[in-house]
Each structure stands twice: as structure tokens, then as C-alpha cells.
Design a protein around this ligand. Sequence first.
Ligand SMILES: NC(=O)c1ccc[n+]([C@@H]2O[C@H](COP(=O)([O-])OP(=O)(O)OC[C@H]3O[C@@H](n4cnc5c(N)ncnc54)[C@H](OP(=O)(O)O)[C@@H]3O)[C@@H](O)[C@H]2O)c1
Length: 310
Amino acid sequence: MKAVVYETYGSADVLRIEEIPDPAPRKGWARVEVHATALNPKDVLVRKGKMRWLVGGERQRTPGYDIAGVLLDDADGLTAGTEVFGMIQSNHGGGCAEVVSLPFAQLGAKPNTLSMVEAASLPLAGMTALQALRDELLLQEGQTVLLNGASGGVGTLAVQICRALGGKGIAVCSSRNLSLVQELGAFETIDYTQTSPAERRNLDAVFDIFGSLPWEKARHCLVKGGRYCTAIPKPKAILRGSLRRLGLHRAALVVVKSRRSDLDVLRNLVENEQLRPIVEKVLTMEESAEGHRHIETKRARGKVVIQIKE
Ligand SMILES: NC(=O)c1ccc[n+]([C@@H]2O[C@H](COP(=O)([O-])OP(=O)(O)OC[C@H]3O[C@@H](n4cnc5c(N)ncnc54)[C@H](OP(=O)(O)O)[C@@H]3O)[C@@H](O)[C@H]2O)c1
């Protein structure tokens, strides 16, 4: 099968297309004919070798954590031929290929109303937003939550999921994206080029998606007992996140988990018209490096998706 691969850590120039063996059938895992895969900042971090402490040394790797496609095997209640979407939990990726194999639990039925490209854009970013708002911030009806980095892959979905959960999302982005986040359902917006979000006060919760609002700054924005969650696993955030699990700190770190039950939540939100994907670019496998370079600018608007099969 055709796959995007790289053997050495480095710039987007290391990416190339190669024929590699199809994944072998495996108990508890299903193979999927991949129609589309979305890019995430994690693809860039792993490719640059910035996660080598977690993923190990250089070897042939295929990027891609988000996939949408057609099941080739039965998968615990989903039959071969079903259109599915999912997130590969392994740090090794593998989604930017014509076929991928992943555990049953990391796959769900694709929302009927979405194309493969749109469906591929949802799992990793959507489950991050959902798990941060629902599980870490315990968002309640009517609460205000500042969403710092509201116009990117995670942010555009967080704005909508916040609204669907009954929260009032205060969306932080640059001037050019203010109208987008308003359309997605932001209760209020902050243009970070004009006003520092750290000046905001009396918030029930802060979700630092971009990483420029660490706990040290964000704590002053919160009401007494207000909650904080970051998506950026810097050493201090990892330490605080561990302390929080022991009930010793208020600052959480979301670490996205791939679960069929949460894919089902995303599908229901889409089918109830409470969630729509924002896809900025659709590229071919041959254009993968262009997609990686775009993510590296940190100015993506929604998601970049690689279409593998028309
Ligand atoms: N812990 C986890 O499980 C997990 C899961 C998913 C993602 N993440 C991490 O979360 C971060 C965001 O992911 P993503 O997929 O949303 O990234 P992304 O799509 O690349 O985010 C790009 C967005 O960042 C915004 N941005 C740039 N500078 C900003 C600033 N100073 N203040 C606020 N927003 C700013 C940009 O908005 P403008 O163009 O308007 O400036 C752009 O829309 C990444 O670091 C990623 O690695 C972690």
C-alpha cells in the first residue's frame, strides 16, 4: 500500500511517499481503508523528534492519528463495509496510509451527514475539546469558560461543544478569526492582538488550548474555586495535572483518550447540528509536507486534511 513515511527526524522535507506492507489482521483490531486523515500539531512534534523521549529513536514512521474510511474487518458491533472514523491512540501514528489497523475501541460509526474529509477532521481535536470541557473543567450550564486559541483545530470544536454543553464560551483569537468564532457560537470574543485575555476576571473556567495562558496567569482570571485546564504538556503542567488527580491542585492537563463512546458523542452532536467541522485545507498525500508546514505556522484555521481516496 501507499503511505507517507519518514526515517529521520527533521523538517517537513523528510516526508515522502513509499510502498509499504499492508498491516496484518490482529485480534481485537480492525483494518480500515483510509479515505482521509487529518493533521495535528502532534504530527509535527513527533516528526521533529520533539517527542523522542516518548516515542523512541529514529525508525520508519507514518504520520497521522485521525482517520475516516471504510472498515475492512468486523469490529465489535461494527461490520465490515461500515463507514467509520477514529483516532489512533498510539504515539506512532500510521493514519497517512491507504490502510491502517487500530483497536476496535478507537473506532466509531462515522456521522452520516459528513464527508470522509470532514469526519477525519473531528476525532483527536473533538475528543480533546470534549474531554477538557466535560471531564476536566466539569462545565455546567450557564458557566463562563475562556477558550484561549479558539480558531484552531481544537478551538473551533471547543467553541461549539462548550455551547452544546450549555456553557458561555469566551473565544480568544486574532482579529481575522473573530467572525468565525462568533458564527460557531462564541458568547463573547477577545482579540488577543488588542487585549490580553489574562486581564479577564470572574470566569468559572479557563481552557488554555494555545498555551499562552499558563496557570500562573490564568488563576487571577478565575472566580474562587474556578477550574483550569491546559492542553500543553509542559513539565509544570504535567506535575500540576498529576497533583490534581490526587486532589492536591486545581490545574488540570487534558491528555486526549481515544474512545468509541466519545466518538459517539461527537457523532450525535454533528447529527443534532450542534457541531460542524471547520476544514481549512484539503491536500493530497503528495502535498503532506505543505500541510505540515501550515500547521507549523500556528495559524491554522480549523483543520488541514489529507484526502487519500476520492
Ligand atoms: N494534550 C492533548 O491531549 C492535546 C490534544 C490536542 C492538541 N493538543 C495541543 O493543543 C495545541 C492546540 O492544538 P490545535 O490542534 O488547536 O492547534 P492549531 O490548530 O495549530 O492552532 C492554531 C490556532 O492557534 C491560534 N493562535 C496562535 N497564536 C495564538 C495566541 N497567541 N493566542 C491564542 N491563539 C493563538 C491561531 O489563531 P489566530 O490565527 O487567530 O492567531 C490558530 O487558529 C497544540 O499545542 C497541540 O499540540 C494537545
